[in-house]
Design a protein around this ligand. Structure first.
Ligand SMILES: O=C(O)CCC(=O)C(=O)O
Length: 441
């Protein structure tokens, strides 16, 4: 058990310092339900409903979400089969991913050789019998920007893809942040029978959207594991295929099968796994990240777990930027100094526990910071942040009741909870945290 999950402060406020298993289930809206859950499956949802799922980090399946895009496979099912993609991009070059061995860094397989590659089978080596037993093919066309060899000849296939990806699906915000992220991250996955991506967590902080272009793929997902205060999950625990190897194995918290024309939202920090479950011999999908809106509510709520999850390390700064309204990239130390005249080093020297000097100092920091984030009328609303994408994420981070406005009481609770966890983690590091051995939710 954690030392505490919630710390009552001054009778009125509560610091949110841990997420128990029951609370995680409650957060995902299924108290009392048994795992794995099925995500909500919604028909043509609008941008604001989709944004609410994305902010909270709740997986959702969107049916008929691709109409009006170049990928409307319900209207034109033959246009995005594996064969059709290979005909459209014959010069493309790809590789096998999630093989039992090391895998190859270059891209030796030519898309045009679809007759050969679509019949090539290589084992994934996954120990879990439910897991994909064979490796999929990966065309990471986004890597063209980094000079990776992803096509033969001069025709820029990434440019071509970017044109095809517009207009974006109607349920996505069409903001500059999204245009940039989405058009910068497309990748194709081709899976033969029983093939797919082994369970893994990606290190990026953005949400992922996968579009099923033909056939059917079963997805299994899990939210970040329970990590007690005083423990730490080492970086790599949730790397490619690793969740199966942890003592006790991996059990998903969500399972769902996508059909052609359906899209799935995968929140950041979620372990995910895919598998072609037929009947088609090759199930292709287009997968990309989107930035807007950030999963800010999810980052806030799961911060006590995420801050102790090594595989999430690339996003700790990002979450700190959301918590401190750091739209200019000043960095955590500078922001804490500017907002609250304090530092993690100073705070971490204070004694922790209920009604402790640390608790008072953290609340004092929140009190000092509040006037720095509100407008001259003492308000913090969507109107205040509408021209700044980072600040929108900050507002979402602190908007506990998701009404588009942050009150002083909300800010005090969210800022001090975030800051207290930051300080506790510094203190735990000094005392060598216990390594996480089992993946439980
Ligand atoms: O689309 C798939 O089958 C796998 C995609 C995936 O796991 C990823 O992009 O991280």
């Amino acid at each position: 058990m954690a030392k505490w999950w919630w710390l009552s402060v001054s009778g009125a406020q509560a610091l949110h310092l841990g997420v128990s298993g029951e609370e995680a289930l409650r957060y995902f809206g299924n108290e009392g339900a048994s795992l794995p859950l099925t995500p909500s499956i919604l028909d043509s949802l609008n941008a604001s409903t989709f944004a609410s799922y994305a902010r909270r980090g709740v997986p959702v399946v969107i049916k008929h979400g691709l109409d009006g895009t170049s990928f409307d496979v319900e209207q034109k099912p033959a246009e995005w089969t594996c064969d059709a993609i290979a005909r459209r991009f014959p010069t493309g070059r790809m590789k096998m991913e999630y093989t039992a061995g090391e895998g190859r860094q270059d891209n030796p397989i030519s898309l045009k050789d679809v007759e050969t590659w679509s019949k090539t089978i290589e084992k994934s080596g996954a120990l879990d019998p439910e897991a994909p037993q064979y490796a999929p093919f990966y065309w990471g066309v986004k890597g063209g920007d980094e000079g990776e060899r992803l096509w033969d000849g001069k025709k820029d296939l990434l440019k071509q893809m970017r044109k095809l990806m517009q207009p974006l699906p109607k349920f996505l915000h069409r903001s500059q942040a999204n245009q940039q992220e989405i058009l910068g991250s497309p990748e194709f996955w081709f899976a033969g029978p029983g093939a797919g991506a082994k369970a893994h967590m990606d290190s990026h902080c953005e949400s992922t959207l996968t579009l099923q272009l033909a056939g059917r793929k079963r997805w299994r997902l899990s939210w970040p594991p329970a990590i007690n205060n005083g423990s730490f999950a080492k970086d790599g625990l949730l790397a490619d295929g690793e969740p199966y190897n942890v003592k006790g194995g991996w059990a998903p918290t969500y399972s769902v099968t996508l059909a052609a024309g359906e899209a799935l939202l995968i929140p950041p920090a979620f372990v995910h796994e895919s598998k072609n479950v037929g009947p088609e011999d090759c199930a292709p999908s287009l997968t990309f990240q989107f930035a807007d809106p950030a999963a800010a509510g999810f980052f806030r709520h799961f911060h006590p777990r995420l801050r102790r999850l090594g595989d999430f390390n690339e996003c700790w700064e990002r979450v700190a930027a959301l918590a401190t309204f750091d739209s200019r990239g000043e960095g955590l130390a500078a922001r804490l100094k500017r907002m609250a005249s304090t530092s993690l080093a100073k705070l971490s020297k204070l004694e922790s526990g209920g009604s402790s000097p640390l608790e008072s100092a953290v609340l004092e920091a929140a009190k000092k910071a509040w006037p720095k984030v509100v407008d001259t009328n003492g308000r913090l609303t969507r109107e205040n942040v509408k021209s700044d994408f980072i600040l929108q994420g900050s507002l979402d981070f602190h908007d506990l009741n998701e009404d588009g406005e942050v009150t002083e009481a909300e800010f005090t609770s969210t800022f001090s909870s975030w800051l207290m966890t930051e300080v506790l983690v510094v203190q735990e590091r000094k005392q060598k945290p216990k390594p996480l051995k089992h993946i439980e939710f």
